[in-house]
Each structure stands twice: as structure tokens, then as C-alpha cells.
Ligand binder design. Sequence first.
Ligand SMILES: [Fe+2]
Length: 298
Amino acid sequence: MALHGISRIILGVPNVETTGEYYEAFGLAPLGEHRFGTVEGGHQLTLVETPKRQLKEICIGADAAEDLLAIGERLVRLDAPLRLESDALHTAEPVSGTAISVRIAPRIEQRAAAAPRLNLPGRYARPNERIDAFYRTGPVKPRKLGHVVLGSSNAKVTRAFFIDGLGFKASDTVNGVGTFMRCSTEHHNVFLLESNVDFMHHTGWQVEDVDEVGRGATHMIKRNGETHVWGLGRHYIGSNFFWYLQDPAGNFVEYYADMDHIEEHFGWVEGIQKTGLGWGLKPPHTFTNPMDLAGFEG
Ligand SMILES: [Fe+2]
């Protein structure tokens, strides 16, 4: 696959300082000038000041110059704006106008996590020991930014832009709700929501395992109880454990772990799904109807 994941986003917020402190507490490394990094993805978030929260740009990683040329040819056929440089392509998602750049970048190398040692009935991987999660005393640090969720008022056009233009693949679709799309081996890198407002719903940050999901969210909720939104739960689509929080600008932000991994040669077939929830409580009304988006109907 020519593309290999989301490299970075630029997020506009009205309160850059407060939002920056939030993402630092969330576990991102401050890199100066309102830029933040993950353990394995490096610089993955830049905050800029805007009157209202707004996703300004998504930067996607590609392998080589020929990938940019191929994407450029497809975007021309879609009448999308296009500016080509030697190592990057700049365009815009046609419905929201969000800037999209595709840049030649090294793939994110992930250190293999230690195999979980779980005691299961009749299968005891951890005799005479407590779970190692109790010995993790440092702050939770996301491995990488995995996905971005976008609401589009013309999801058909946005879907065509990502799939027919950029070369994303559809992993699963929920009729009347949206499409999960990937540009890497993860189940989704962009989830496109059918909406009546163009907006960014949430970002998803990969952590080691479900213990890190719990540790991270607990830390953030102890810091400020109002940040809690929805979790712990497990999505049916993508299989990931999740816990959603809300940043001071109103964007939802997710710790996730154990997402489906799709290798091309296994031939994942796009499914039409009926539900997005494996287990967990129903999401709160504000999750599907963000309060700052007047008239939004999720
Ligand atoms: Fe998510």
C-alpha cells in the first residue's frame, strides 16, 4: 500500500495553552511551539489558534514519489485542488475544505509489545505473580495517533475523495452511519460519519493494552472529572477497547488498544455492519450530538 498512516494533524482551537496542557497530561510529549509527539510517531499534533475548534489539516504518510503522482492523477479526475512538490502533495477534502497533505515519510516502526500473560480458565500464563500492569508507575504515553473521525454533510463525496482519490480502502460500513477506511494495516485511520455538519468528532491514540486505556483515562478523570465521556467499552467494528474523553476545546479524544490488524494478503472483505458496539454502556447523548454544534444530528 502506498500510504502508511496518519502522520500528523493540525488542530485549530480557541484556547491553545489550556488545550496544550491537556494533551501533555494525556501523555503526549511537548515539542515546543504547540507541537506534541507520541512515543513512536514523533510529532503528530500541532495546535493553532482559531475562533472555534476546527481540524485544519491531516498529513498522511506515503512511501515514494510515484505514490504521490498516482494520487495526483486520481485527484485530477475528481476535480480536487492539487499542488505537487518533490516530497509532498497538497489537496483539500472537498466538502469541509480541510487541508490534506500526503508526504513521503518513513513508516512508523512499532516496538513489539510484550505478550500479555493472562490467567484464563485452564490456561495459566502467570502462575504465582500479579499482573505486571500494577508495576507500571509512569504516565501513560500513546504509541501513535491511529485515526481521525470526521463528520461530513456530504459523506458520499468525502468517501469518494478518500477512496477513489487518496487510495484509502473501506474496512466496514454501517448503513446510515458511516464508513471505516484505512490507509495502513489498522482497521481504520479515518472513520467518516454521515452528518449534517462538517466537523472533527475525535482523534484515536493507540496505547499498549487495555490496562493502559484504563490507567490513562483514570489519570485524566482524576485530573478533571468533566473530561470523562464514554468508556470503558469495546467496539464491535475494529474490535478495539476504547475510552473517550473530551479536550478543553470540545474535541473528543480516545485511548484505544487491540484494534483489528488487516494484512492485505488475508483479504479482508468490507462488511456491512449493523452495530458499532461490542460491549459497554450506550454512549451519552452528547457523544453523538456534540453540544457546541448547533443542529447536529448524529
Ligand atoms: Fe475511535
